[in-house]
Design a protein around this ligand. Structure first.
Ligand code: CO
Length: 466
C-alpha cells in the first residue's frame, strides 16, 4: 500500500498565514492531547513568526509555550521552521548563537528542524545542521529545505542538484517550500519525478499554500509522483493563504488507496475544536476574509500575494497608484538584475521596493536601497544566477568583487551570547531568556520586566493574604 504522511500546520503556518500568528497558547492547550493521537508525521508548532509574536503581542514566553506543547503531545514529532543563519529574524547571527539556539530548541522539545535560506545559499544552513546533529536525540530530524521559485535559471536540473547537495550535507529529509503557492501540478510532476530519480531514498516533503488555488491539484499530482510527506491544515484553518485541508486530502487519498496513518475520528475532532476559535477571530477582525479567498494574480505576475498588497499600499501612500502597472512590469527586470532570487522575505520586499523606486524616479537605480547595496556586496549570500555586472560595478566599484565568505565569518566575535548575558543582568534567569533577547532585544526586555513586576505583585499579594 502506498504511504503518504501529513504534517499539521494549524499551530504555526496556518496561524501565521491567516491571522498574523496571533493564536495564543491558551486557545489550543485543551486539544493538544487529542492531536497527539491523530497519527500525523509531525505537528508544526514553533519557529517562523511564532517566537516574535509570543513576545511582541501575546506576552507569552515562546520557550514555555514549546515546553507546554511538548508536555501535552509527548508522542508526536514537534516541528519548527528555522531560517538558517537568520534563525527567526532577518539578520545573520554568529555561529555560536545559531548553535545555542538549536541546542535550546531541541532541549525544550523540538524534534524536526526544517532549515532554509531565502537564497538557497546552503552555506547559511550548514551551522544549524551541524548543531542539530550535535544535540540530536533519537527523535531528531534535520530537514533541509529549498525555497521554490520560478525563473529561467530555476530548472528541474538545478533543483535536483540542490537536493543532491542537501543529501550529501547529511539532512534526513528534503522539503520543497512553495511559499507563494505558484507551483503548478505540471511543474510538481516534473520536479518530484526528477528529484525522486536522483535521490529517491531520502523522504521528500512538499510545502505549498492555497493562495492561487492550485494547492490540491499540485499536492495530488506530487503524491502520485512520489512525494512522501505533505503539509496540511485542519480544514477550518485551511485554504486562502494557508495550506490545503487535512481532512479533505485524507478523504481523497484514502479512497485512492493511500495509507495516511491518520485517525479519521481524531482529525475531525481537531477540526470541530478549532471551528469556534476561527469564528472568534473572524468576528474580532483578526482574520481578514481576503486571506481566506483565492487570488490567482500571483500566477499572472509571478510574485507572491503579500508582495503585491505591500506594493499597492506603498504606491497609495505616495499617491502614485497610476504607476502600478509600470511598477509590476519592472519587478521581473529588477529580479533579473539581482540574479533571480526567490521572492521570499526579505527579498520580496527589497525587489518590490526597488521596482517602485525605479519607476517613480523616472530613471532606473537613480536611488538604490541600503539592502540592495548589501545584497550586491554579497552580504545575503550567493545569488542563484549572475547579477547585472553594470549594476554591481555601480554599487561596489568596477573591478571589485562581492565578498566570497559568509558575512558572519568576517564579523565574528564569538562574544554575542556572553555580551547579551551581561546586558540583561539579573533580568535573565535562563539561557532561553538570553536567547530571546538576542533574537528580539526590545520585546524581550519589556517582556522580562513585566514578568518580574507581575511576580513581585503576586508575592506582595500572597504575603498580605497570609
Ligand atoms: Co509556508
Amino acid at each position: 500500500m502506498n504511504k503518504v504522511q501529513f504534517t499539521e500546520t494549524v499551530l504555526r503556518d496556518a496561524n501565521q498565514s491567516l491571522m498574523a500568528t496571533r493564536l495564543p497558547y491558551s486557545d489550543y492547550a485543551d486539544i493538544l492531547p487529542t492531536m497527539d493521537k491523530a497519527g500525523y508525521y509531525s505537528v508544526e508548532c514553533w519557529g517562523g513568526a511564532t517566537f516574535d509574536s509570543c513576545l511582541r503581542y501575546l506576552k507569552e514566553d515562546p520557550w514555555e509555550r514549546l515546553r507546554n506543547i511538548r508536555k501535552n503531545m509527548p508522542n508526536t514529532r514537534l516541528q519548527m521552521l528555522l531560517r538558517g543563519q537568520n534563525l527567526l529574524g532577518y539578520k545573520h547571527y554568529h555561529d555560536d548563537v545559531v548553535e545555542k539556539f538549536v541546542e535550546l530548541s531541541i532541549k525544550n522539545g523540538i524534534d524536526v528542524i526544517r532549515i532554509f535560506d531565502a537564497l538557497n545559499d546552503f552555506r547559511n544552513i550548514k551551522t544549524a545542521l551541524e548543531a542539530t546533529r550535535k544535540y540530536a536525540t533519537p527523535r531528531t530530524v534535520a530537514s533541509g529545505c529549498i525555497s521554490y521559485t520560478q525563473s529561467p535559471v530555476h530548472t528541474v536540473k538545478k533543483y535536483v542538484a540542490m537536493c543532491k547537495e542537501l543529501k550529501e550535507m547529511g539532512f534526513d529529509t528534503i522539503c520543497l517550500k512553495d511559499m507563494a503557492g505558484t507551483m503548478s501540478p505540471y511543474e510538481a510532476e516534473g520536479l518530484i519525478k526528477g528529484i525522486k530519480d536522483a535521490v529517491g531514498d531520502i523522504p521528500l516533503i512538499l510545502h505549498t499554500h492555497c493562495t492561487t488555488g492550485m494547492a490540491y491539484m499540485t499536492l495530488l499530482r506530487a503524491i502520485d509522483s512520489g512525494v512522501d510527506i505533505i503539509d496540511t491544515a485542519t480544514s477550518c484553518f485551511s485554504n486562502g493563504t494557508s495550506q490545503a485541508a487535512t481532512e479533505t486530502l485524507y478523504y481523497a487519498l484514502t479512497q485512492m488507496g493511500y495509507d495516511t496513518g491518520l485517525d479519521e475520528d481524531v482529525i475531525n475532532k481537531v477540526n470541530d475544536y478549532f471551528k469556534p476559535i476561527k469564528q472568534k477571530y473572524i468576528d474580532s477582525g483578526l482574520i481578514n476574509p481576503k486571506s481566506m479567498a483565492t487570488d490567482s494574480q500571483a500566477l499572472v505576475y509571478k510574485v507572491p500575494g503579500g508582495m503585491l498588497s505591500n506594493m499597492i499600499a506603498n504606491l497609495k501612500d505616495m499617491h502614485a497608484m497610476d504607476k502600478f502597472d509600470e511598477a509590476l512590469l519592472e519587478i521581473p527586470n529588477v529580479r533579473k538584475d539581482l540574479g533571480y532570487p526567490p521572492l521570499v522575505t526579505p527579498l520580496s520586499q527589497m525587489v518590490g521596493n526597488q521596482a517602485v523606486v525605479n519607476v517613480l524616479m523616472g530613471e532606473r537605480y537613480k536611488q538604490i536601497s541600503k539592502e540592495i547595496k548589501n545584497y550586491f556586496k554579497g552580504e545575503y549570500g550567493i545569488a542563484p544566477a549572475p547579477v547585472s555586472q553594470e549594476l554591481q560595478d555601480k554599487i561596489i566599484g568596477a573591478g571589485n568583487k562581492p565578498t566570497d565568505c559568509r558575512i558572519e565569518d568576517s564579523k565574528r566575535t564569538g562574544q554575542e551570547f556572553a555580551d547579551a548575558k551581561a546586558a540583561l543582568g539579573d533580568l535573565a534567569r535562563t539561557e532561553e531568556d538570553i536567547m530571546s533577547y538576542i533574537c528580539f532585544p526590545d520585546q524581550t526586555v519589556k517582556f522580562l520586566k513585566e514578568r518580574r513586576a507581575e511576580e513581585e505583585h503576586h508575592m506582595k499579594y500572597s504575603i498580605t493574604e497570609a
